[in-house]
Design a binder for this molecule. Structure first.
Ligand code: M6R
Length: 607
């Protein structure tokens, strides 16, 4: 996590870096800071909390200079205070860091032994003080940086500037993303292409183990032992203007309203509407012959993967193993080479998912990643990338990326089933027709806004909430519970409805609302029985159903939201939208920071 931005050039650096940080705030908002070279000296301004606090500091105490670096922090080591905010600096050097220096305690002891004095609780200050030490010993900036990089263990993207060296910036990456941007007489560094989007579309994505020396004239890439390497320049497709709120109260509200659009855009890439067939890009392996699939991801992306498992097992008859990436990366499951690894990630930078990708690749698993950021590290390390075409997702709580991931997983399921001979032409046409119907059905969900807001008033009063679903509605319930916890800070747990009687049913009383996803699918009756059991014990039922289930649900529910009835296959995609909307409306009622909930960051690039 944490966002990094830097510039060397002719213009005033602070506003350029600040704008970059604005676009990176989704990576962390515990503190922010900028350092520049002003008349050759390192100057910095920092503030705890959001970027707006830094803006006030800069207003009162402007920061001149044309060489600058900035940072927006998600705290790992050390509280989110101004003192611990980046940049960390000495009179010789300033650095910003994204990641964790795992051997910082050893390095800190070594540096203290030679007289370096630490002022913060962070692991990152070690980098500044080690570079400073080497500079004090008479090394030049490049040599001091390389010597330091050779000692660092862990994950890092770093940018450094040096007193007395206007127009020089050094960057390095190892297990955390960093991109170099090319301007006209100026050069940039950024954690991702989104940060650099208003500045340039000409980008080089650095590789792990790369160091880069940047001046206004260009960039020189090398490994940490100083061996020159060549890195390709690319043109990014990102455009600068795509991240306004467009009149919505929050990015999350805007992104919720984009569900129909992104489902449609994603389908446009993967479906031929005329023949009602799925058309995937060419793959360097044959879906017909993969012996099993392994799905892994984190958070909401993992729940999307869970729904994918139901589909792949049921429709493609493919055995599927699934786990959260933070477990999968250390599980060492016995896998037949040639299995299919399905990695799901909005950002394509999530540290655990990336590590799981690499461990699966080592087992000769074919890597197919479902990604929203198609220029991400995971994209570059995958054999096949299926893009989710959701556009930038700014709200920390994932919404539209989730339904786009499901749309891709649905298409992957159809293609796999066709390849394996478990789905005939008529079957494929029916499933594709159901998918093509989704954008307009998804648009219909927004007519239920009043009913969802009514439910939100009940949920907002609760301290604990249970979410229930069966089959592919179980991950929908998990997604609803995660979203509620994440943005409203209300405790919520999701259970497979049939599991209630094995323990959680003892929690039920009038103070614990039960939110259930129960559309009219083959598991409708079973779900309803479980809801009856909860009602019999005083449970207050708030149920998402559809037009076919409405009559029977109304007989037991305290309140319900009725969605259009759709094909069972796509029901989890549609049913996700109102559970996310419910969490949003509860958060609005509670007055929380919807787009940037406490303690979280959008992109989790630390383990
Ligand atoms: O970028 P990714 O999809 O890999 O991120 C995975 C999770 O961190 C993410 O889905 C997280 O759970 C969201 N904040 C949920 O809303």
């Amino acid at each position: 996590m944490c966002g990094i931005c830097g510039v060397v050039g002719l213009r005033h650096a602070t506003p350029i870096v600040f704008e970059g940080l604005r676009r990176l705030e989704y990576r962390g908002y515990d503190s922010a800071g900028i350092a520049t070279l002003a008349n050759g000296r390192v100057e910095r301004r920092r503030a705890a909390g959001k970027l707006d606090n830094l803006a006030h500091v800069l207003e009162e105490n402007p920061l001149p200079g044309t060489t600058g670096i900035g940072h927006t922090r998600w705290a790992t080591h050390g509280a989110p205070t101004t003192c611990n905010a980046h940049p960390h600096s000495t009179e010789r050097v300033a650095i910003v860091h994204n990641g964790i220096i795992e051997n910082f305690e050893t390095l800190r002891r070594e540096l203290e032994a030679v007289g370096q004095v630490f002022h913060t609780e962070t692991d990152s200050e070690t980098i500044a003080l080690m570079v400073d030490y080497h500079l004090a010993q008479g090394l030049g900036p490049k040599e001091a940086a390389l010597k330091t990089l050779q000692r660092l263990e862990g994950a890092y993207a770093i940018a450094m500037i040096f007193a007395g060296h206007e127009g020089l910036m050094i960057g390095a990456r190892h297990n955390a993303p960093l991109a170099v941007g090319y301007g006209d007489g100026e050069m940039f560094l950024g954690s991702d292409s989104l940060a650099l989007a208003p500045l340039t579309r000409r980008i080089t994505y650095m590789d792990d183990g790369d160091c880069v020396v940047i001046t206004p004239a260009g960039a020189e890439f090398m490994t940490f032992d100083g061996t020159p390497v060549t890195r390709k320049e690319q043109t990014t497709a990102l455009v600068a203007g795509a991240i306004g709120k467009d009149g919505y109260r929050h990015y999350m509200e805007k992104e919720l309203h984009e569900h129909p659009l992104v489902i449609g855009q994603t389908l446009q890439r993967l479906v031929d509407p005329a023949s009602r067939t799925v058309v995937l890009p060419d793959m360097p392996f044959d879906l017909a012959s993969v012996p099993r699939a392994v799905i892994t991801a984190c958070g909401s992306a993992f729940y999307a993967g869970m729904i994918g498992r139901y589909w792949l097992e049921d429709i493609a008859r493919l055995p599927v193993d699934i786990d959260v990436a933070s477990e999968m990366r250390y599980r060492n499951p016995p896998l037949t080479s040639g299995s299919l690894g399905v990695l799901v990630s909005q950002s394509g930078e999530t540290a655990d998912t990336l590590a799981a990708l690499r461990s699966l690749r080592e087992k000769a698993v074919h890597i197919l990643s479902i990604l929203n950021v198609e220029q991400s590290t995971m994209a570059r390390e995958s054999a096949v990338v299926l893009g989710t075409v959701a556009g930038p997702e700014i709200s920390v709580a994932s919404t539209k990326a989730f339904t786009a991931q499901l749309t891709v997983l649905a298409c992957l399921t159809i293609a796999t089933a066709r390849a394996r001979g478990t789905l005939d032409t008529a079957g494929e046409e029916a499933l594709v027709a159901a998918l093509l119907d989704l954008p307009s059905r998804a648009a219909d969900v927004f007519t239920s806004g009043d009913a969802i807001r009514r439910m939100a008033r009940v949920v907002a009063e609760a301290r604990d909430v249970l979410y229930l679903g069966r089959g592919s509605m179980f991950p929908v319930a998990m997604e609803g519970a995660l979203k509620l916890k994440e943005i409203s800070y209300i405790h919520a747990e999701a259970y497979a409805a049939g599991e209630m009687k094995h323990g959680p049913i003892s929690l039920i009383d009038r103070t614990v609302p039960i939110v259930a996803s129960a559309p009219y699918t083959p598991l409708f009756d079973k779900t309803l029985s479980n809801l009856q059991e909860a009602k019999a014990r005083g449970g207050r039922l708030l149920v998402f159903t559809d037009t076919k289930g409405a009559d029977r649900v109304s007989a037991i529910a305290e309140d319900m939201v009725v969605l259009p009835h759709v094909h069972d296959f796509v029901a989890p995609i549609l049913q996700t939208i109102p559970v996310q909307m419910l969490a949003y409306e509860v958060a609005v009622l509670k007055g929380t920071d919807v787009d940037q909930p406490r303690n979280l960051a959008k992109s989790v690039t630390v383990e």
